[in-house]
Design a protein around this ligand. Sequence first.
Ligand SMILES: [Zn+2]
Length: 173
Amino acid sequence: MNDLFSRAKADLPSLIELRRGFHRCPELSMQEFHTAQRIESMLDRMGISHTRIGSTGVLGVLQGSLPGSRVIALRADTDALPIQETAEVSYRSQIDGIMHACGHDAHTACLLGAAKLLAEDRNKFGGEVRLLFQPGEEIGQEQRTSLLPEHWKAWSGCLVCTRLMKSLPAPSA
Ligand SMILES: [Zn+2]
């Protein structure tokens, strides 16, 4: 566990950059095309297979190499909001009138960070981890695209969602 935590901490600078990259290029609900491509190319680099769900949803599937049939799902939403960013930060939104004001840039980066660690550890677990990158959460479309009905009928397992808490201190890198 300590090893996992220290590996996560070591990845922190690149995860911050990743999150800022998503923050610079926000996309509205159901138009998350570049975001989905970015996610897919990162999953490719990690050796995680994936499928596009609808236009902009991505489902990654990571199989553990030990015996086992349990499934756990980790989920992040990917869309941004029609809000003008006013913050003067280096990573401010490059798209007029759209910004990641709800933290989905961080949700997505966190899930990719977890995916990387899990992919490195795939020989330490059995069963399957599903990585859900859900579009359209801000307009309530995520169930429709989702990843839920067709893909989860035969599934019994656990679903973990990402959320941010500003009150928690950030770990130092
Ligand atoms: Zn949201």
